[in-house]
Design a protein around this ligand. Sequence first.
Ligand code: TYM
Length: 337
Amino acid sequence: METNTPEVKKTIFSGIQPSGSLTIGNYIGALRNFTLLQDDYNCIYCVVDMHAITVRQDPAQLRRRCLEVAATYIACGLDPKKNIIYCQSHVSGHAELAWILNCFTYMGELSRMTQYKDKCARHADNINAGLFDYPVLMAADILLYQADLVPIGADQKQHLELTRNIAQRFNSIYGDVFTVPEGYFGKVGSRIMSLQEPTRKMSKSDPDECYIAILDPEDAIRRKIKRAVTDSDGEIRYDPENKPGVSNLLSIIAAMSGQEIDSVVSDLQGQGYGALKNRCTEVVLDTLLPIQAEHARLMADKGYLQSILDENAQRANHLAQKTLRKIQKKVGFAARG
Ligand code: TYM
């Protein structure tokens, strides 16, 4: 007999730090996939302001950037009624679960994290305990909502692996309490490279010419792509190892246009790098200009943005408390009357 029970949707969680201008790396590696997945999953997208303070932030700027990232989520096409879009610091469960998970994470595991080592090198004057503990807070973010799937760029793979290890370790002691999450990586673009040093990841903390910010003005976008480093053999071919600059531009075009890399290459067959850069500029502008217009409209209505964040933090808090109570009971915290 057929039943009409609707299939229970799986849960997605992901987050972005409000610690600088978001780049097309963030868009292609994360945001774009968030929007593609929103119909098929229950999605929770967080502005991770607690992660951001592991490096020094200007308080007024951080507050503004939290709103900006929330506005970017919505401007990229995430529906705030369908998805839970909120700020991490508004749901205290993140910090509470992180503490518990700290007690199930080893110092050795955290010392092996490459992002920690990179950040220590870049912020040698401020190697704080939060920087070290950052991946445990990230594990708490994900496990708090029993997320099945985590859309992220390749640079977060190691942190997700640690999250899975912590969840499995906890489950092996207390029974199956945590869902062990899987990563979701786009077919292309899970590692967009710097325009000036295409063997390194595009990052918002590098000099301006290395990245395209989602909110960059049109003339800056044109200029940065024109000056992007390529190579001297003149052939348009996808070969990340030997032709990192050209391959990066091809990945950007493919990811933003939804075209396969092979078909981008064959469209440009026989043409030079000028044509490749023109095509890249066209695709980036076609994608970013509408997002920028919507972003400006949202930022002009801070009351609306604030109401979205408030409402969604309540929804997130409700879900978070459910997991937290269960975990607190498992580890033996005193019962509540
Ligand atoms: P963050 O804020 O550095 O970056 C946000 C997302 O963008 C992806 N990304 C890239 N993808 C492709 N190419 C690039 N050049 C590129 N640069 C960044 C990142 O992989 C990420 O998916 N720790 C996380 C934030 C976080 C989180 C979480 C993510 C905190 N808690 C829980 C997922 C689940 C971070 O610093 O991302």
